[in-house]
Design a protein around this ligand. Sequence first.
Ligand code: ATP
Ligand code: MN
Length: 465
Amino acid sequence: MKDLKRTRIKELLQSEDFDRKVLIKGWIRTKRGNKNIAFIAVNDGSTINNIQAVVDVHSFDEELLKKATTGASLEISGTLAQSSGQGQSVEIQADNIFIYGEADPETYPLQKKGHSMEFLREIAHLRFRTNTFGAVFRIRHALTFAIHKYFHEKGFFNIHSPIITSSDAEGAGEMFRVTTLDPVNPPLNEKKEVDFSEDFFARPTNLTVSGQLEAELGALALGGVYTFGPTFRAENSNTPRHLAEFWMIEPEVAFNDINDNMDLAEEFLKYLIKYALENCKDDIEFLNKMVDKELLNTLNHVNESVFIRLGYTEAIEILEKADQKFEFPVKWGIDLQSEHERYLVEKHFKKPVILSDYPKDIKAFYMKQNDDGKTVRAMDVLFPRIGEIIGGSQREEIMEKLLGRIREMNLPEKDLWWFLDTRRYGSVVHSGFGLGFERLMLFVTGMSNIRDVIPFPRTPRNAEF
Ligand code: ATP
Ligand code: MN
């Protein structure tokens, strides 16, 4: 059997071509049986489902079978057969077993099932090997692929916006400084401040909080563009929905107004949910059984819903009349908290909501100003269980208006000269939004903590793996 090639378990489980010799490689999930026959369930990561190898104990070396414990890596060759066992269609009647790496049952942390999410976070280097995290990360891949596929098919271009940036005008939160200066003895200027002209980039630089400003530059030449990259926020928010390092998808489209922007956001989200339902069926069904019994219902419901479109001012009126006490009191002008967003989506409308026209004072400088002088053409998409999943807006394309806002907000006009050039030359109406990839992942997987939908979460005081 030397020239037998390895087949992925996913493929074998769908095969009906029995009685042929096959070879699998993977890790043992369970071994059970009696003194005559052993059943070894093997997983190779290609699917949530294991394949079962049936082992005639007397034809194998006893020492070898002893090493075949949960977590050990191995290859098995044998005959593919129709299974008589319950819940599986296919099995392998083993001829040969070779153990690559043992996993000492005394110390292997995943010897038993049923660990808490908190415990698994402490062994993030091994949690890939559990059913739940296997499912989550296969879905993460599928959604990544679907995002590129969606935009590619719509004629958008992917832009790689910089990760290190010197623009801190976004005002989206605290930033992480990037520097090669000696923290103990940094060079100082006459005013005894750190002299960043001696730093690597000869200016202060940070990790980006958003690729939007750069995406706008691309959109005003390429038409429709999107970024999909890591973003960083040094805010000390220890919630199940915030990471210090998260991935964001930011489309930006020339000639789109806020209504086009809402249409794009709704179509895009539904496309991704549908893609996951169609292409990650086994994983989603597993999560529906083990993690959130309402998952499939919620995904299907959102997919079939027409999203509610509502102004901020009307939303405040609804919240003021709500028969619910909020921790943060409601009045016109407040930034909505997740409790308010979830009330609108889960209790009042029972559908996703696209909220627009927020007070200008709680939104960024670049948003299109409405004629009322009080609100801007911002739009947030609010989802059940998540709250804000998308934040976006039509952008202010008129030079004087944009400059007015920059000055009102005391932003560094001089540093934004390159951004302002887009309004100086060939300016057009344009719009875009940011989708938090891990918030989407939370929604699609039914997981409840954002730390469990990214392989190695970065949160305050946590960056070990
Ligand atoms: P929030 O109010 O929920 O903190 P935000 O309004 O600060 O979010 P935006 O600046 O609008 O967020 O970012 C766009 C999107 O990125 C959000 O709609 C959300 O999906 C996601 N996002 C923002 N901050 C985080 C974070 N710290 N961790 C994970 N995702 C985030
Ligand atoms: Mn937002």
